[in-house]
Write a protein that binds this ligand. Structure first.
Ligand SMILES: Nc1ncnc2c1ncn2[C@@H]1O[C@H](COP(=O)(O)OP(=O)(O)OP(=O)(O)O)[C@@H](O)[C@H]1O
Ligand SMILES: [Mg+2]
Length: 226
């Protein structure tokens, strides 16, 4: 479902060129829960941003759901992001004035659709992440782990084929991190949701089917030495 071939990303900073990705190739099958791990600066977030079509690679190919993504126009890319991909960030990025359920159905509303249908779907997603009793709470009235689970529910509202998460537990204590990782595992197992997550936490590896280790912009076959 995802096929990446010789992906490169350079950042040109005046006279200096940073080779953030130096030729990365791999495949991910539908229903896999994959982690991207490696040292700070090794290119994890850069890789995730290219996969999630948030940024454009310097060269190389990413095929998502049989679509060669480099052939999409800017408009098609936006549509692809909204309708097929889900994102969870380190800082939950919820809208403070909106309730949990309003935050969750917002991407479905943007896509256009029937209010009753997306309200019901949002309710179901909040139930799946264990927040059926928090529908009308605003973000400030929720714990960090609960806020991140609202963000997870929001990322699922348009039934994305892939969920991308960049260090989703970095701002959480260990208990809240565990509830968020348990939520991902549950989604992966019950909905066969494909998930690609960047994480620094060694204990997260127990949840993953597979780890892609990054080292200096390349994939490394084994865990890099500290
Ligand atoms: N927008 C940018 N402009 C210039 N250089 C960048 C940009 N984004 C990332 N880089 C550089 O690319 C390299 C990889 O960065 P990246 O953010 O992918 O690392 P990371 O593995 O996610 O690190 P961390 O674990 O600290 O989040 C780094 O050397 C970084 O300085
Ligand atoms: Mg990063």
């Amino acid at each position: 479902m995802i096929k990446v071939t010789n992906l490169k990303k350079d950042f040109v900073m005046g006279e200096v060129v940073v080779h953030a990705l130096r030729g990365v190739s791999f495949e991910v099958a539908r229903g896999e829960f994959v982690g991207i791990m490696g040292h700070s600066g090794s290119g994890k977030s850069t890789l995730l941003r290219q996969l999630g079509l948030i940024d454009e690679p310097t060269s190389g190919e990413i095929i998502l759901d049989n679509h060669p993504t480099h052939e999409l126009s800017e408009k098609e890319r936006s549509r692809f992001r909204l309708t097929r991909l889900g994102y969870i960030f380190q800082e939950f990025a919820l809208i403070p004035e909106l309730t949990a359920i309003e935050n969750v159905f917002l991407p479905a509303m943007m896509r256009g659709g029937n209010h009753e249908e997306y309200y019901q779907k949002a309710e179901e997603m909040l139930r799946i992440v264990g927040l059926a009793d928090r529908l009308n709470h605003r973000p400030a009235e929720l714990s960090g782990g609960q806020q991140q689970r609202v963000a997870v529910a929001r990322s699922l509202i348009n039934s994305p084929s892939v969920l991308f998460a960049d260090e989703p537990t970095a701002n959480l204590d260990s208990h809240a991190s565990q509830t968020v990782m348990d939520t991902f595992k549950n989604l992966n197992q019950t909905l066969q949701q494909t998930i690609i997550i960047v994480t620094h936490e060694p204990e997260d590896s127990q949840y993953l089917d597979r780890v892609l280790w990054m080292k200096d912009g390349r994939l490394s076959l084994k865990k890099p030495k500290i």
